[in-house]
Design a protein around this ligand. Sequence first.
Ligand code: NAI
Length: 257
Amino acid sequence: MASIRGSRFDGQALVTGAAAGIGRATAERFAADGAHVIVTDINREGGEETVTRITETGNSAEFRELDVTDAEAFEAVVDAIDETELEAVVNNAGIGHPAASVEETDPEVFDRVIDVNCRGVWNGCRAALPVMKARGSGAIVNVASLGGMIGLPKQAVYTLTKGAVLNFTRTVAAEAGPYGVRANAVCPGFIETALGEGFFEQHEDPEKARERMEAQYPLKRLGRPAEVADAIAYLASDEASYVTGHGLVLDGGYSIS
Ligand code: NAI
C-alpha cells in the first residue's frame, strides 16, 4: 500500500501505553503525521499489533516493552533513541481502579494507581527532559483527565493522580520553557476504550449506565480515542508552538453544562 505519511513530524515520538485505546490511536496519528513512533507498553502482543497496524499503512514504528513505573527502563528506552531525533513524548499509560470511596479504598490499590499514573508520568518527563533541553526543542504531552479537574465520587485515587498530572505538567512547562521545550496535558472526558468499559461493567446494568453517562454530555455521546489522539498530536506539533502548560479539555461539553 502506498504510504500516507504526512509531514507534521519529522523525528521520533515515544508513546506509552500504546498497545490499546488512546495510546494506540495516538501512535497511529503520529505515524500518519510523519513520525517514527516508538510504541511502548507492558502488553507486548498489543504493542506489536499497534506496530503492525502502522507499518501496514506504509508508516513507521517499532515496539519497546516498557513498564512506565520503572525509571531505569524508561531511561534506557529514551537513551536508545538518537538524541537529535526525539521530537515528542506522550505519557499516556494509566490505570483506573474499582469504584471505592476515600475510606473504602484499599491501600494497595492506592499505591499501584499512584505508581502508574503519577510515577509513570514523572519517569517519562525525567527521561525526556535532559535530551530535549540539551537540544533546545521537543514537546511532552501528558494524559490527565477530566477527572483531574472535577470531583468524581468513588474515583478518589484516580482523580488524585490526574489532578497531580495536570498540575505537574504546568511545572514541567515552566521549567522547560526557557530551553525551548513545551509540555501540555489533555483532559479527556469519557472515552470509549477498555478502561472506559471497565467503569460501566462495575454497574448492575452496564448498558443503562452507559446511556445515563451519554445523556450527561451536551454532545450526547462518549469520546473516541482518535479524537484524543488528534488533540495530542496538535499539542505536540509546531501548530501549538506558543501553547505550553495547557490542559486541553476534550469532554463533549460535560464540564460547562
Ligand atoms: P486502556 O486501558 O485502553 O489502555 C491503557 C494502556 O496502558 C494499555 O495498553 C495498558 O497495557 C497500558 N499500561 C497499563 N499499565 C502500564 C504500565 N505500568 N506501563 C506501561 N503501560 C501500561 O486505557 P485508555 O482509556 O486508552 O487510557 C489511556 C490514558 O487515558 C490513561 O492515562 C487514562 O487514565 C486516560 N484517560 C482515559 C479516559 C477514558 O475514558 N478512557 C478518560 C480520561 C483519561
